[in-house]
Structure formats: structure tokens, C-alpha cells
Design a protein around this ligand. Structure first.
Ligand SMILES: C[S@@+](CC[C@H](N)C(=O)[O-])C[C@H]1O[C@@H](n2cnc3c(N)ncnc32)[C@H](O)[C@@H]1O
Length: 286
């Protein structure tokens, strides 16, 4: 069973109204989308994702409330089009549950996983863009080290980049994990390649720029008194959300509802370890 992260908190912060219109920018497997839709009578949800395979799964998982949901395939930069296509200017609430889903992360064929061997892909949308294999095999050593350092916040980035370049061509996720593990020995609980995989995933999917785009568009997509709720899993992302929310408040355009980010309960983390690092921030547009 798929457990949407911080579901109760997200629904509460979105202040769902039965006749409201909502935009789930990251439908994933449809966990949040379905829960929102089930609270609606005359309202509806536009459910967006850049991964066409996930959208299909979301559609299946929310079949009981299909009449309340309109699906849209696209990146954050297409969100205004997602609304326009459905004849909407603005919504009562916008949700973003960032990153990759369990389904994407654990499917060996998607190439995100350190633990199962698969092709080095890592694209959320497998219909376009460059793969992680292309990135690790063709990027210059210095640029690769910078990328792993900045996006993975990995202090051993230079050593890792050197080892990757020497071992080229890197053939699979397991091959990459082994090369990194030999260069950067295990120090804690995490697999030594965790941050390298994170950095590559963020680069392949241009996640930083995508988040900037989302934060730039969101205020214009939400009505006055409407809510923006963002769940992030990485410090780099939470920082961007915090800074944007603060500047919207300073400009008098919005009011922050969460001075500090909300965190999942201990119960939730116990049943769903994927929620461990989640931080939820909410904003109301003035
Ligand atoms: C953590 S999952 C969402 C899970 C979902 N809330 C649920 O309960 O099933 C994040 C989803 O956002 C999508 N995604 C990430 N970045 C995106 C972007 N820039 N544009 C559109 N979708 C994106 C991913 O493809 C993934 O399916």
C-alpha cells in the first residue's frame, strides 16, 4: 500500500473545501490527489506529473473518484497550461510533494536504486532528456566533482569523481555504487554512494531549476486566501522554499502559516521510514 507522506498535515494546511479547486503538482501514485478528491463534492483536482507511467498508476489508484480529477502530464513549467487547459485561472490550494516516489525509487529499471542493479537512467520522465549514464560517462572530472559536491553535499566529491572517471564506462547502478563505495568508504549507516546518487538524480532531472520554476509560478496560480503547501525532503530544497515564502511575506503578498516546518509524527516515521526527512511548509496568499 502506498502511504502519502504527511497526508493529514497537508490536507489541514490546504484547508480543503468541498467545492474548492486544487492543483496537485506532483501526483505520483495519486496518494494525496485521491485523498483531496475524496473530500470534494462539487470541487475538483488537477493532478500533474512529469512521469507518464506514474500518472497512469495515479489514475488507477484514484479510479473511485475519477470524476473529481483531471490529469495533466508535464513539468512544473507547464502548470499554468495545466490550469488553462481546464478553463481555470487560479486554484484554492496548490500542493507539491517533491522528489521521487517509492515506485520510481525502488523500480530497478528506473535506475535510481543503489540496492538493485539496473540501467543508469534516473529520469523521472523516461521519454526525454539525458540519462545518468550519459552524465557519468561524458562529464569532465572537474564538472562531475562540482556536481556531486554541490547537489549531493558530498565532501568526498573529488575522490569519487576521479574514481568514476577511471572506471568508465560505468555500466549500471550497481557498477556505479561499487566504484563509489571503493573510493569513499562507509562511515555511517548510509550507503557511501547515497549522496552521489542524489546529486546525479537532481542533475538529470534539473530539480533545482524545476523547484525555482514552481516557486516562481505558484503565487500566480493560487487565489487570494488560497494555500500553497510544499513537502520537501532535502535541505537544499527546504531552504529554497523557506526563502521564497519569506520574501512573499515581506512583499505583503502572502502570510506564512508555518514559522518552522512541520515534521512527520514519530508514528508516521515508524510505519513509513520514507517520511523521515520530510518538512512541510504552508503559505496563504493575501
Ligand atoms: C514524492 S512523489 C509524489 C507522491 C504523491 N504525492 C503520492 O502521494 O502518491 C513526487 C512526484 O513528483 C514528480 N515530479 C518531481 N519533479 C517534478 C517536476 N519538476 N514536474 C512535474 N512532476 C515532478 C515525480 O515524477 C514524482 O512522481
Amino acid at each position: 500500500m502506498h502511504q502519502p507522506v504527511m497526508l493529514e498535515e497537508a490536507l489541514e494546511q490546504l484547508a480543503i473545501r468541498a467545492d474548492g479547486i486544487y492543483l496537485d503538482t506532483t501526483a505520483g501514485l495519486g496518494g494525496h490527489t485521491g485523498a483531496i478528491a475524496r473530500r470534494l463534492t462539487t470541487g475538483w483536482v488537477v493532478a500533474n506529473d512529469r512521469d507518464p507511467v506514474s500518472l497512469e498508476l495515479a489514475r488507477r489508484n484514484t479510479a473511485d473518484v475519477a470524476d473529481r480529477i483531471k490529469f495533466h502530464y508535464g513539468e512544473f513549467s507547464t502548470l499554468d497550461e495545466a490550469l488553462r487547459e481546464n478553463g481555470i485561472d487560479q486554484v484554492d490550494g496548490l500542493l507539491a510533494d517533491l522528489g521521487v516516489s517509492r515506485y520510481q525509487l525502488t523500480g530497478a529499471e528506473r535506475g535510481f536504486s543503489i540496492l538493485t542493479d539496473g540501467p543508469l537512467d534516473m529520469r523521472m520522465d523516461q521519454t526525454k532528456g539525458i540519462t545518468a549514464a550519459e552524465l557519468v560517462n561524458y562529464t569532465a572530472e572537474k564538472a562531475l566533482a562540482d556536481l556531486i559536491y554541490q547537489l549531493g553535499e558530498e565532501r568526498r566529491a573529488r575522490k569519487i569523481a576521479r574514481a568514476i572517471v577511471r572506471a568508465r564506462p560505468i555500466r549500471s547502478t550497481q557498477h556505479l555504487a561499487d566504484v563509489v563505495e571503493r573510493a569513499a568508504h562507509r562511515t555511517g549507516r548510509l550507503h557511501p554512494a547515497t549522496q552521489t546518487f542524489q546529486a546525479l538524480r537532481m542533475a538529470v532531472n534539473d530539480e533545482q531549476r524545476e523547484l525555482d520554476k514552481l516557486l516562481e509560478l505558484a503565487p500566480g496560480l493560487v487565489k487570494s486566501k488560497g494555500r500553497v503547501v510544499v513537502i520537501s525532503f532535502m535541505a537544499l530544497e527546504d531552504r529554497k522554499v523557506k526563502v521564497k515564502f519569506r520574501s512573499l511575506q515581506q512583499e505583503g503578498r502572502a502570510t506564512t502559516l508555518t514559522r518552522r516546518p512541520l515534521r512527520p509524527t514519530e508514528d508516521e516515521v515508524a510505519t513509513n521510514p520514507a517520511a523521515r526527512s520530510a518538512k512541510l511548509r504552508a503559505l496563504e496568499m493575501n
